[in-house]
Design a protein around this ligand. Structure first.
Ligand code: CTP
Length: 155
């Protein structure tokens, strides 16, 4: 199908400075924001597009964060739910850097352990620690294995 042109071309505008997270698995944009710790009460200027047609096949979500260059380590966490996402750093309207996301080997303070008895869930000031393994996320304190609904456990 021909690409839309003119006034129908842009769903969200181009940004001047900041980060564009593109090719997010359709429907996961809000979870991406959750993982990044961006909520309605933080002060970033955001544009979010969901279920945008992407190339020949399928749909994608896009998140644009203006005025902030997200570090790759921050964005890599989203690989858990959006493994095909690309991070684009924008300066003066140009894409100056483009990278894929890589699943991190460990997650500190990102996911809550489902085990109520885990030391990371007590009043101790201990951040949760998980290693990313083939079957899911492995708690380094109590050995619990999260195998599904990772986003449901994000802090
Ligand atoms: N973008 C933006 N503001 C800019 C420049 C780019 O919001 N000033 C967005 C584009 O809309 C796109 C993403 O950043 O969603 C990547 O831009 P670009 O590399 O120009 O697009 P593509 O070549 O289509 O990217 P890819 O090859 O990764 O699909």
């Amino acid at each position: 199908m021909k690409k839309p042109e003119g006034k129908h071309a842009l769903i969200v505008g181009r940004i001047r400075e900041g980060t564009v997270i593109d090719h997010i698995t359709a429907g996961e944009a809000l979870n991406v924001l959750k993982i990044l710790g961006i909520t309605g009460t933080t002060d970033e200027c955001l544009s979010i597009a969901t279920n945008v047609s992407s190339g020949k096949v399928g749909k994608k979500d896009i998140v644009k964060v203006e005025g902030r260059e997200l570090r790759k380590e921050e964005v890599d966490r989203i690989a858990l739910i959006a493994p095909r996402a690309t991070i684009n750093i924008i300066r003066d309207y140009e894409v100056v850097e483009k990278k894929g996301v890589e699943i991190p080997r460990s997650l500190v303070g990102v996911v809550r352990c489902p085990n109520p008895g885990c030391i990371s869930n007590t009043s101790e000031p201990i951040e949760s620690r998980f290693e990313v393994v083939e079957r899911g996320l492995h708690c380094l304190y109590c050995d619990w294995l999260i195998t599904k609904d990772i986003t449901g456990h994000i802090i």
